[in-house]
Design a protein around this ligand. Sequence first.
Ligand code: NCD
Ligand code: ZN
Length: 348
Amino acid sequence: MSNSTPQTITITRPDDWHLHLRDGAMMASVLPHTARQFGRAIVMPNLKPPVTLTSHAVAYRERIIAALPDGMIFEPLMTLYLTDNTAPDEIRRAKDSGIVHGVKLYPAGATTNSDAGVSDLTKCYKTLEVMQEVGLPLLLHGEVTDAAIDLFDREAVFIDRVLMPLRAAMPELKIVFEHITTSEAASYVTQSAGPIAATITAHHLLYNRNEIFKGGIRPHYYCLPVLKREQHRLALMTAATSGNPRFFLGTDSAPHPKGLKEHACGCAGCYTALHAMELYTQAFDSVGALDKLEQFASFSGPDFYQLPRNADSITLRREEWTMPAELAVGESTVVPLNAGELLPWKLE
Ligand code: NCD
Ligand code: ZN
């Protein structure tokens, strides 16, 4: 065993800055998977019906905390779901609550449970101005929904059509460009002036779009924004391992029942909450950048959201283990990403 190959890595406890916990029995089953690794998570509001009001977020947060197994410490950071009708006053209520940490823009129809999302962002400018004033970040699902735009180009077109005009109108608005998937998004965030950051998932660091079609169609690798070409994966790896504090961890773990993924019109979303830190460690290790993992996973997120860094730590060991083929989740079954595969790192 050579000294240059570390066998364990210990880092400050990370946080997940983009997570789907769902609700009810499914939420209660997936929550411990996240809580064993992460201190906090930004919890997405795309429930049915969506979390559009501060009062909904307060109640959802209480349900999450009530579902946390005894002895587990985890802080859900709540978000509101922006609609054409979100009132500017609701933003002040959200900020004053102390429990809402961002407002999520889903362009209407862009992804799972986004039908109630925004039809035209310029309708929300009064509300966004209050967010800019009180310092509440806007979290972007950054894809246009124009059916004439190729699915693989929707993120790049979003930068030109939506993000650049928005940032010109509101340069001080804090923005998280969530789950970026392209070199265009990585360069835009790297080069922009002002308060903008981006999250990157483990699956977009590890895989390109070939993974969806290897040996047949593999629905568990289908998510939105969809996996892109290898050149984009490489750009995301460069951004994530650069040490640039504008890039940080967000799993976008998104559980769906097996039957709705393995379906003629399967849902978008990859389930990675069980093994997220193992996957990120594998990705950073693949380019010899384990020394940059802590900045990305544990420091840059809290610094951007102006929250304290976690005080405790986690350790990962180089040890092969097999991902279960299926997980019993609530009343259903979820097939995790990497089902049945060997993974090279294990959380202690
Ligand atoms: C997410 C979901 O299932 O809620 N799906 C996904 O593919 N990422 C929604 C989202 O974040 O786009
Ligand atoms: Zn998501």
